[in-house]
Design a protein. Structure first.
Length: 347
């Protein structure tokens, strides 16, 4: 049997009215509406979390945070005080800090002192010196000492100063695009599968699938088998023959991802500039008549019809709209006036 392709267009806006889902789609350019009742959400008090459970969850969250969030000063020199490690006061100047560091390095540097404990102490001293020798990190450390309650702010300031200037903005941008594109693709796949499952539950889709089955088998069915006992393999083959194009939940494509569009942005801009230059030269300067494709573009842009909806229109309707020259303001106003009169007449 020849493959039958039927366009199923799902309205992107699924509205809930009277706790029912009104689903509109097109099969063979005929609008069919089907109503589904979604499962009722539980509202009984027994299914709600009791206050005791909520308090326990809150306590567990606090316990989890206490395990991973350190104090404001611990992220700098651990449990030690950076000033105490260098043997200076908090108001010491830069020269005093530098002098104390070199003095301690002569005592505890691994090349001067092979003692393992001295080596560990030198690592702490070097860390304290790296923090206090820089005016910015020292100011942040002093702020953390004075405001230990601002844990998250002090932690963010520390990591920004430590890794912010070392991060390549290009690498950050690439990583951000990769993460956003991954989430975008997963979201598109989930939306498409959900919309596809919704369409396949409609009576219109099942009837079309049954018609294809009868056409494939020559109108012969096994009466001993019920409707739920249809060959699963045959049903999958017939389902694949139906070309499902769901508006609002199109089949995921890598070309629609944010990262791919960003990479192709220069090409897109150049292509747009070439198209615009050609348009100005052909129609603004040379005053040439519009081609069919360009006239169609102007028509659907004037009346606000998307490209996919314009493609689904029959050729007679397209020709009628294009010949009206709706890109001219007077013609467009007359067209909308006629549409309003027609709408009132049908009421």
């Amino acid at each position: 049997a020849t493959e039958k392709k039927n366009t199923v267009e799902l309205n992107s806006l699924l509205t809930f009215k009277n706790k029912s889902l009104n689903l509109k789609f097109l099969i063979n350019n005929k609008t069919i509406q089907s109503v589904f009742s979604p499962p009722k959400s539980p509202t009984s008090k027994r299914e709600m979390a009791p206050p005791v459970t909520e308090r326990w969850c809150f306590a567990l969250i606090l316990l989890f945070l206490s395990l991973f969030v350190q104090s404001s000063t611990a992220i700098y020199c651990g449990a030690e005080d950076c000033y105490a490690l260098l043997g200076v006061e908090q108001d010491a100047n830069a020269s005093d800090i530098k002098r104390s560091y070199y003095k301690l390095s002569l005592q505890h540097h691994p090349d001067k002192n092979p003692d393992p404990e001295s080596k560990k102490l030198f690592v702490k001293i070097a860390t304290a010196y790296e923090i206090l020798k820089d005016n910015e990190t020292r100011a942040q450390y002093d702020y953390a000492i004075e405001h230990p309650e601002e844990v998250f702010y002090n932690t963010a300031q520390y990591y920004r100063a430590k890794y912010g200037h070392k991060s390549d903005p290009r690498a950050v941008l690439v990583g951000l695009l990769v993460v956003l594109s991954a989430f975008q693709y997963l979201n598109n796949v989930a939306r498409y599968n959900e919309a596809l499952a919704t369409v396949k539950r409609t009576p219109a889709y099942k009837n079309r699938l049954k018609a294809l089955e009868l056409e494939r088998t020559g109108g012969v069915t096994n009466k001993k088998k019920g409707p739920k006992q249809i060959d699963q393999k045959l049903q999958e083959e017939l389902s694949n023959e139906l070309d499902l194009q769901i508006k609002g939940a199109e089949k995921p494509s890598v070309w629609d991802l944010l990262g791919v569009r960003f990479i192709l942005l220069p090409y897109t801009i150049i292509k747009l500039l070439v198209w615009y230059t050609s348009w100005v030269w052909r129609y603004k300067i040379k005053k040439a008549p519009y081609s069919w494709e360009d006239a169609s573009y102007l028509t659907r842009r004037s009346i606000g019809v998307p490209l996919d909806a314009w493609t689904n229109l029959d050729e007679y309707k397209k020709e009628d709209l294009v010949h009206k020259r709706l890109w001219e303001k007077q013609n467009l106003d007359n067209y909308f006036a006629e549409m309003r009169k027609e709408s009132k007449r049908r009421r």
